[in-house]
Design a protein around this ligand. Structure first.
Ligand code: COA
Length: 385
């Protein structure tokens, strides 16, 4: 019997050529391209196509893909009606998980998932990926309007993905500077090897469930505070600290009580997550754009990171992607409970790239367990218990 490793730490669960992490050197690459280069030079649509197809598209391929997404931004009115009956104080990730699952009824497509082991129809896989990625932002933005008591803002076909997302979220013409920041955030969050939510997507995909079921499973998994939900907690934590002067005492008390510092630590990285400095740089640019003064939240975050590094670097615990993303979204005026949904909008690209890879060489996931329960015993009737 093989050794049981809690959390499957270090256990390879798949073979993949989509992305790679060097956790000692702090390197993340999608299809061989460093995340720093993609953040600087690429956009969400191009990065998504890179993840799905394995190659950077030429300009014609990219234009076709952008058009395909735009043609699928809209959703049927019944989905709006369904959302109207959801409680306005419900969490957006629960809305998103339910709504994505419901897309399967409105835009079905299981023709490739017939029970044979392989799905080699790349058109089918591509079209389903487009249908889902295009609508993720629409669902998140619709909910923002509906829970506030408004009708959803119709998507606009003249805007790129990030611009249209901000436009639908706020109902206002998107500021090009903020749209560029959003675009870069979408690139940074699009993929991250076989993390918990991607693993959930693979397991679900391996049963030949519909891609909507695959993405709904991944969304549920992403929602937890140990995964995508951490960015919300980071902002709550920084608000609780209040100012840079309070950082040291607050941190010492938390660590003495063995509490988690949100947005810190990673199973794979033993150095700073390479996405953290990019997000920190965006935060600095945003502060300049807003008139040059850092927000108290950002100053507190910088002070906390320095203090945490002094105490936690010996354990290989450094800032991760969630540390600065929440602050950035907060400074962009995005409500706290939508941060993880934005993460999901972007990560759908990676999840679907892994779904495609899984279908091309599928075998249902069925691990084993170490049974530690009772040995076989006789049933005791209820009057004798
Ligand atoms: N704050 C304080 N200490 C932390 C920590 C954190 N955020 N993350 C890890 N540590 C410490 C642990 O207490 C443990 O210390 P010990 O050896 O003295 O017991 C050590 O570092 C190893 O941590 P462990 O929990 O075994 O790591 P993991 O690989 O199982 O967990 C995370 C990884 C991401 C779940 C974990 O770091 C965490 O909970 N971080 C906060 C949540 C978060 O930001 N999640 C988003 C990830 S992108």
């Amino acid at each position: 019997m093989s050794e049981y490793l809690p959390g499957l730490e270090g256990v390879p669960a798949t073979k993949s050529n989509i992305s790679d992490i060097d956790g000692e050197k702090g390197i993340l690459a999608y299809r061989g391209y460093a995340i720093e280069e993609l953040a600087e030079h690429s956009g969400f649509e191009e990065t998504t196509l890179l993840l799905l197809d394995g190659q950077l598209p030429n300009s014609q391929e990219l234009a076709i893909f952008k058009q395909q997404l735009r043609d699928n931004y809209r959703v049927k009115f019944q989905i709006r009606e369904m959302m109207r009956y959801m409680p306005p104080n419900g969490h957006p990730m629960e809305m998103l998980q339910s709504s994505v699952a419901s897309l399967g009824m409105f835009y079905p497509g299981n023709e490739c998932l017939t029970g044979s082991d392989l799905c080699e129809d790349l058109n089918y896989v591509h079209n389903m990926s487009v249908k889902i990625i295009a609508r993720m932002a629409t669902l998140v933005a619709m909910w923002e309007q509906i829970r506030g008591g408004y009708d959803p803002v119709e998507p606009r076909n003249d805007l790129n993905y990030a611009e249209n997302f901000l436009y639908m979220l706020t109902g206002k013409e998107p500021d090009p500077f903020l749209a560029k920041i959003m675009d870069t955030c979408l690139v940074l969050h699009a993929e991250h090897t076989i993390n918990a939510s991607t693993f959930a997507a693979l397991v679900t995909g391996s049963t030949l469930a519909s891609p909507y079921g695959v993405i709904a499973a991944a969304i549920g998994t992403l929602s937890g505070p140990l995964h995508g939900g951490a960015n919300e907690r980071v902002v709550e934590m920084l608000k609780e600290i209040g100012s840079p002067e309070r950082v040291e005492d607050w941190l010492d008390e938390k660590l003495a009580n063995k509490e988690k510092i949100w947005g810190m630590g990673h199973r794979e990285y033993k150095v700073r997550d390479p996405r953290a400095p990019i997000l920190q740089g965006l935060m600095e640019k945003l502060a300049k754009h807003k008139g040059g003064k850092n927000s108290p939240l950002f100053d507190t975050a910088v002070a906390l990171e320095v203090a945490a590094e002094e105490r936690l670097a010996k354990k290989g615990v450094y800032a991760n992607v969630d540390y600065y993303s929440g602050i950035l979204y907060s400074e962009m005026g995005i409500p706290l409970d939508q941060f993880t949904s934005i993460f999901a909008v972007s990560r759908a690209a990676g999840w679907l790239a892994h779904w495609r890879e899984q279908l091309a060489d599928n075998r249902i996931f069925r691990p084993t367990q170490v049974y530690v329960g009772e040995p076989l015993r006789e049933f005791v009737s209820i009057d004798k218990r």
